[in-house]
Design a protein around this ligand. Structure first.
Ligand code: NAD
Length: 389
């Protein structure tokens, strides 16, 4: 029985980092989680600087993740961290997640899961053998209206799905800002830190995850054309992918970081036999549903017409806009509910696992590997979760 907040440690999210701060806000939004320790940066000094900003006790701020796992494991239950959040560049996800699982800690990890299929499958094996919980922050599935879209599609309301179109244009890498030392661009365009892809790994994997989540079907084949438009850059900054789903649907994913003027334009459209859906991340509180034989509907977050899945993941009455942080917080809240039950020894029901997990990570990695392979070979490639590269 636990009668306390869940205790969180963090690796990454140091001074001037982007997503680490979002993780901290999201994790603590509902009062179920408290940050108790961290190894926030590659260097001890920067980790200490961050620990001070967060008012953490100095003895719980570490110079490396290994030191943190070693020391935290020695503390009694209720004092030591229950789980660790990993918010570092991609190449560090695997070693940190593996070390955390080996030390007995549950894991929340940012995407993409790893930098190769071999790493992804090793992690999946480790999660299975340790029976620890693993959450991958594909945060866009945390939005109430994304959950509503999934319910509409999987309940068959728009009929058999025929076509899925996902686009994710950004413009921030339209010039070579990494050459000027821009922190987030530096590692994303460096194959040693980002892995086999920049644009497709960074945002194409969100498109992949969103498409599989809403349709409830897996993408099994891809035909990709990825490009590096900015001279001197070592990884892709734009790409389009034809996709085929297990359930027979076809579709397109377009992800770009050179789409000048675009901010964070993730948008998905799903066309069934009798209706279609449209949801856009920059207007997340509306879901457009179009019908073959009646006028279109605009569903709104917080209204009483939505399913329990959407309502449970909404905090405010309609008309009070919820956004990125709240959707991110839904991933944490649902993970926290599952972890609390696990610690209490209560059997976890299927619906309590409403957050992206290790299998989503393996599928994302398989998608990414297939995209890179397909583009190089200029042909269709199967998305296989067995392959190694
Ligand atoms: P960032 O460069 O802003 O921050 C990375 C942080 O990790 C830095 O503070 C750096 O010092 C720290 N770090 C690096 N190696 C470390 C190590 N060995 N030990 C401890 N700390 C270390 O990067 P970012 O934009 O915040 O991205 C971080 C991760 O989050 C990436 O995997 C990225 O793909 C993912 N991300 C996800 C989303 C999302 O919407 N889910 C958005 C942005 C980034």
């Amino acid at each position: 029985m636990i009668n306390r907040k869940l205790l969180m440690g963090m690796v990454g999210g140091g001074p001037n980092a982007f997503i680490g701060a979002v993780h901290r806000m999201a994790a603590t939004l509902d009062g179920r989680i408290e940050l108790v320790c961290g190894a926030f940066s590659r260097t001890r000094n920067k980790s200490i600087e961050m620990g001070k900003k967060l008012f953490l006790p100095p003895e719980r701020v570490y110079g490396s993740y290994r030191e943190m796992f070693r020391n935290e494991a020695k503390l009694p239950e209720g004092k030591r961290m229950d789980f660790v959040t990993i918010a570092t560049p991609n190449n560090m996800h695997y070693p940190i997640a593996m070390a955390a699982l080996e030390a007995g800690f549950h894991v929340v990890c940012d995407k993409p899961l790893a930098t190769s299929m071999e790493e992804a499958l090793n992690l999946a094996k480790k999660v299975k053998s340790t029976k620890l919980l693993f959450c991958l922050t594909h945060n866009y599935t945390g939005y109430p209206l994304v959950k509503e879209a999934r319910r509409i599609v999987t309940d068959g309301k728009i009929g058999k799905v025929r076509r899925v179109v996902v686009e994710y244009p950004q413009g921030w890498l339209a010039t070579r800002i990494e050459a000027k030392g821009q922190k987030q661009a530096l590692w994303r365009t460096d194959p040693k830190q980002a892995g086999i892809s920049c644009c497709m790994g960074d945002i194409g994997t969100h498109c992949h995850n969103l498409a599989e989540y809403i349709t409830g079907s897996e993408i099994v084949e891809v035909c990709a054309d990825i490009t590096t438009f900015v001279k001197g850059r070592l990884l892709d900054d734009d790409g389009s992918v034809l996709i085929r789903f297990k359930n027979g649907a076809h579709g397109v994913i377009w992800a770009s970081q050179i789409a000048v003027g675009e901010e964070n334009g993730l948008k998905i459209r799903v066309y069934g036999e009798t209706g279609s859906l449209e949801w856009a991340q920059e207007e997340p509180n509306s879901l457009i549903v179009r019908w073959a034989n009646k006028p279109m509907e605009i569903l709104r977050t917080g209204t009483s017409f939505l399913s329990p899945a959407a309502s449970i993941n909404t905090r405010l009455p309609s008309g009070h806009p919820e956004g990125f942080i709240e959707a991110f917080a839904n991933i944490y809240r649902n993970f926290a509910l599952a972890l609390t039950r696990r610690i209490q020894g209560i059997k976890i029901r299927e619906e309590d696992y409403d957050y992206p997990n290790i299998h989503d990570g393996v599928r994302g990695m398989a998608f990414l590997s297939a995209v890179v392979k397909s583009s190089a070979a200029r042909q269709w490639v199967n998305v296989s979760t067995e392959e190694t590269n």
